[in-house]
Design a protein around this ligand. Structure first.
Ligand code: DQA
Length: 144
């Protein structure tokens, strides 16, 4: 089984970006935890980060030819991007949306997600654990 992990804008700043909101782990550390769990679950991971909406759309198309599903933290594009939603629905692969922070308890503009309605599931508010729980959920959904 293969899964693509997609990190949206500003997630490469993890570790130094508002640590009281997003925690102190760097993106490399998050990726290492995901890779360790993936090995345990016998899943192959591809990991991608971009600050650019079009690059994320292109990546989803390209990766969908090789992977069974997506684990995505769309960052701020969660709240703005119909293009990302269309990309994910268009490639016909299940995806799980994750967020480090509890977006429901923050600013009003973070409460709406263009992706949640078409996601296989959503995990938010648990810091790095959101990614790990999301990966477990996606793998279960894929039958692993
Ligand atoms: C985030 C929440 C978004 O609202 C924000 O724009 C991010 C990170 C999270 O992981 O909590 O960049 O997706």
């Amino acid at each position: 089984m293969k899964v693509a992990v997609v990190h949206g804008p500003n997630l490469r700043l993890l570790g130094r970006r508002e640590p009281e909101v997003y925690g102190s782990d760097t993106l490399a550390e998050v990726n290492l935890m995901l890779s360790t769990l993936a090995a345990e679950l016998d899943v192959e991971l591809q990991i991608f980060q971009s600050n650019h909406e079009g690059e994320l759309v292109d990546y989803i198309d390209d990766a969908s030819r090789e992977v069974d599903g997506f684990l995505i933290n769309p960052g701020a594009f969660t709240h703005t991007s119909i293009a990302l939603r269309d990309a994910l629905t268009g490639v016909n692969r299940p995806f799980v949306e994750v967020h480090l922070s509890n977006t429901a308890g923050r600013e009003r503009f973070r409460r709406h997600s263009y992706l949640s309605g078409v996601a296989a599931g959503v995990v938010y508010g648990f810091g790095v654990q959101s990614y790990l729980l999301g990966l477990r959920g996606l793998v279960a959904r894929l039958g692993g």
